[in-house]
Design a protein around this ligand. Structure first.
Ligand code: PRP
Ligand code: URA
Length: 209
């Protein structure tokens, strides 16, 4: 699949196995989502521009390279994307954060937007949408459309588990947006849940069921 980056690192696969396990409780589940997001970030930000500067070590002046965190905007899709953002903020604390409040209707499976709060000037930013689950792809495709309407050009979508159906939907609507994922699972069941998946990400993160 073009522009789908499945990251098969053994540490990612190990943490993903723990995350899928139905016995994993919310505290550990949140820690795993943070850790997985940090590990995925290593690939997502591989081509991030860096600025040359001079620093002083205890021994000498030296050239060094640093990234400008303020050029990066993270967009967690509420609720589950919030914990991915908190993991990546540990690596890039100066990144800006825009919130995308979207849930999917349990009957129609269509995305229902309810809240946006976005940073300005998305045109100049690396815009990273975060959601652990890409299921039908409705929420992700909607999120990308919102950012494009606000002028965003450079957009990536990062998830932990994706379904083939969601990848197809997102790429049909937005072929320019690369997808980073730890796993492409088998299929969606009749209720729109990813199989084998991990269940409802929001409920498992926040203990709401
Ligand atoms: C989940 C998940 C995604 C969406 C994916 O959120 O975190 O946002 O479903 O499904 P889709 O690809 O079919 O659109 P949910 O709608 O359950 O919202 P919530 O976590 O706020 O309850
Ligand atoms: N949303 C989830 O949280 N899990 C799924 O499997 C599908 C959508």
């Amino acid at each position: 699949m073009e522009r789908v980056f499945q990251i098969n690192h053994p540490l990612i696969q190990h943490k993903l196995a723990l995350l899928r396990d139905k016995h994993t409780e919310p505290k550990e589940f949140r820690e795993l989502v943070e850790e997985l997001s940090m590990l995925l970030a290593y690939e997502v930000f591989r081509d991030l521009p860096s600025i040359e500067m001079e620093i002083e070590t205890p021994l000498a002046r030296s050239k060094a390279r640093m990234v400008d965190g303020k050029k990066i905007a993270l967009f967690p899709i509420l609720r589950a994307g919030l914990i991915m953002a908190s993991g990546i903020l540990r690596l890039i604390p100066n990144a800006l954060v825009g919130h995308l409040g979207i849930y999917r209707d349990s009957q129609t499976l269509s995305p229902v937007p309810y809240y946006y709060k976005l940073p300005p000037n998305l045109k100049d930013k690396e815009n990273i949408i975060l959601d652990p689950m890409l299921a039908t792809g409705g929420s992700a495709a909607h999120a990308v459309s919102v950012l494009k309407e606000k002028g965003a050009k450079n957009i990536k979508f990062v998830c932990i588990i994706s379904a083939p159906e969601g990848i197809k939907t997102l790429h049909s609507a937005h072929p320019d947006v690369p997808i980073f994922t730890a796993s492409v699972d088998e299929y969606l069941n009749s209720h729109g849940y990813i199989v084998p998946g991990l269940g409802d990400a929001g409920d498992r993160l926040f203990g709401t069921k």
